[in-house]
Design a protein around this ligand. Structure first.
Ligand code: ZN
Length: 67
C-alpha cells in the first residue's frame, strides 16, 4: 500500500499517510496535528543520479612486458 507524504497548509505539519485507496482525495486526509483537511500531497522525489555517470577508467591492459 502506498505511503504518501502530506503537508498541512494550516499548521505546517508534515506527516506520512498510508492510503487504503489510491483514489482517496487529498481533501479527505485529516491532519493528525490540527485535524484540518487542508493537507496537500508532497511529491517525494528520490535522489536522481543524473544522466552522466563519469567513469574514470584508464586503459590498464597491454602493459605486461613479455621478453
Ligand atoms: Zn494541521
Amino acid at each position: 500500500m502506498p505511503i504518501f507524504d502530506y503537508e498541512c497548509k494550516n499548521c505546517g505539519k508534515v506527516y506520512e499517510e498510508l492510503l487504503i485507496s489510491s483514489s482517496t482525495p487529498d481533501s479527505e486526509i485529516e491532519c493528525p496535528e490540527c485535524g484540518q483537511h487542508q493537507s496537500v500531497r508532497r511529491i517525494s522525489a528520490p535522489s536522481i543520479g543524473g544522466s552522466g555517470s563519469s567513469f574514470s577508467g584508464g586503459g590498464g591492459c597491454g602493459s605486461s612486458g613479455f621478453s
